[in-house]
Design a protein around this ligand. Sequence first.
Ligand SMILES: Cc1cc2nc3c(=O)[nH]c(=O)nc-3n(C[C@H](O)[C@H](O)[C@H](O)COP(=O)(O)O)c2cc1C
Length: 391
Amino acid sequence: MIERATPASRRRFLRFLAASPLFAQDSGPLLASPADALNVFDFEPAAKAKLPPAHRGFMMTGTDSDETLNANREGFRRFQLLPRRLVDFSNVSLSTDVLGLPFESPIYLCPVASHRMYDPEGELAVARAARARGVEIMLSTNTSTAIEDVTRERGKPVLFQLYTAPRWAMTERLVKRAEDAGSRVMAWTVDTLGGRNTETYNRLRRLDTRECATCHGKEGPARMERRVMFEGISLAGRENPDPPPTWSTIERLKKITRMKLLIKGIVTPEDALLAREHGADGIVVSNHGGRAEASGRGTMEALQGIVDAVGPQFPVLLDGGVRRGTDVFKALALGARAVGIGRPYIWGLAAFGQPGVDRVLDLLNAELRLVMRQCGTPAIAQITRRAVISR
Ligand SMILES: Cc1cc2nc3c(=O)[nH]c(=O)nc-3n(C[C@H](O)[C@H](O)[C@H](O)COP(=O)(O)O)c2cc1C
């Protein structure tokens, strides 16, 4: 049956249009400078406006209908703060300790592939911002700048994110290179091993009229020969890959490195316990920013059960949908030792290069300081479950 247009149905339709992400980009004037941003969300439309469709789609994409991507944001709304009054907050400190490493802020930069897709300076611009703001970097295996150069620009070793390679000998070389660059922590990402359906990306790349092979070569973005971390590594035998990794791969990795090992991409208490049992030094509760599977479950929903299962001694980090200082605070209150951001710093990078990343980090650290004062917890260690309540 065809519904006749009535004033009420027209209003419903306009409300639907206004809420549609298609129009979100036009919701306000684009930022003229990083200083104009009032929060990290302000950088998203500015970044999107600068990027060609394929790169924009790759950055934005979740999986299927974005149910996990949306759940990551929703997860934070399930928790409310319990502010406390008349506590002396004259000295607020963000510094903390993660796996024996001193962090000036509990906020760190998640591994995000190929920063040069967003800015010609790529990882170097990000490293300069991280250095200026005292923030730690977890660098992707799929970095577009060599780990040695990023380390130099950051002024200290980065945490290294590992994707195991098709053959074990290649994985060993990657691990050795990170160790030689000074890295003391490695996070092995395990949440995309079975494949994924990145629908927004697939849709937007169709709109891109540029010749991708000019930059990516004939085989496209995934081509290993072009990745800097694989320089000098023989790729022989990659057409006959080893069987997929399993829990016992943790023991194998531990044998070939002195770096502390985090397992990134854990979303259930069962897997958190298995990671610990097999010798991991900690885990990152993550669903790849809603880019792994369409579970529809956010990382904040998973965090509490995981921390309860493994206990307070086992290091647990979290990422996914973190956009506010209050988000960081809530994750810390539930037991995360550090909290990662992915897209927000990429928005800053794509929109303005290093100054954009600088501003994103300033905003988040300032928001975190503010909520710490308002909740009467001027030190990170004072942020406990007493500071939040769930709906
Ligand atoms: C464009 C993009 C590329 C990513 N590349 C990697 C990667 O190379 N390795 C990895 O472990 N995670 C990767 N991730 C996942 C992030 O490390 C992190 O888990 C996620 O971005 C956090 O969610 P957020 O973007 O909502 O902050 C990527 C995420 C995005 C958005």
